[in-house]
Write a protein that binds this ligand. Sequence first.
Ligand SMILES: *Cc1c(COP(=O)(O)O)cnc(C)c1O
Length: 354
Amino acid sequence: MKKHNFSAGPCVLPQEVFKKASEAVIELDNSGLSLIEISHRSKAFVDIMEKARALALELLGLEGKGYKALFLQGGASTQFLMVALNLLEKRAGYLNSGAWATKALKEAKIYDDIYEVASSKNANFSYIPKGYDIPENYDYFHCTSNNTISGTQMKAFPDSPVPMVCDMSSDIFSRTIDFSKFGIIYAGAQKNMGPAGTTLVVVKEDILGKVSRKIPSMMDYKIHIDKGSMFNTPPVFAVYTSMLTLEWLKNKGGIAAIEEENEKKARLMYSEIDLNPLFKGFAAKEDRSIMNATFTLENENLKDTFETMLKEANINGVNGHRSVGGYRASMYNALSIDSVKALVEVMSELESKA
Ligand SMILES: *Cc1c(COP(=O)(O)O)cnc(C)c1O
């Protein structure tokens, strides 16, 4: 039986995507060949890549606005250094809102002066820092839209005087944002788009070509753009599966439609956390993520009972990250509201037992 999967990533994808992707591994569109044995230069795969790139821009509302979508490898973690290599000439500003933001900052520091414009480390990243300045002489400003581990999310983005770079790994395609505010958006596929193995990078072309350093080819956005995201063999399965998820999202009505569902799920989850005296939310209320809800169980003696009940209810992946403890319910696009209902039911049942 299919479990309610609250895993933080890799995570749940639409059931129909799992089905179509697995069928394509056996045979792609009556071609007599598997998706993973055809040449990436074949028309069949080039069409898939082009469709995935176009769908990403279309869903983000960035068509015809000077952006290019790339499907690269090396995870979001490679983007931490690739951003710096391509944009950093003298100095950049980073908003340190979580563990992933800290890692992004650390990689960029290898190359040059990096300023932490603000940080919430002192409070274990339980809130989003606000009210900071972004000086005009920075090469770029980097932020993380959703902090997967602590469960906080930026509800507003600054009006940056310099190109804004955003790690949207854990909330891309989940809510409407003016995506044209950003110079670069990147996201590992494995949280809202597909399997691990590819990273969506959306680049505004005119911010490139301004640094004096030599950039290794695999690290150079310009080369990947010129080669149609096929400078080297792309991760064909991850790209195809991501394309299927983007198609699924488009057929559902796009980001605005899924946002409504995501908000419903989050409201249900947080109202249980707030109303049930056994649980306590971790993130500051105004910064709560609609993707990852973090909470603790106040009475440690109930831990085993709660976890047994979760298991019996077929619920998977609500354990919290080791740095925060407690629990984390990740409610990505493909998680149905019925799964949230199942979790909330267990939580309220625990209350009636306690
Ligand atoms: C998961 C995650 C990452 C890391 O992604 P990889 O693809 O494993 O490198 C980076 N940033 C955020 C916000 C994440 O949630």
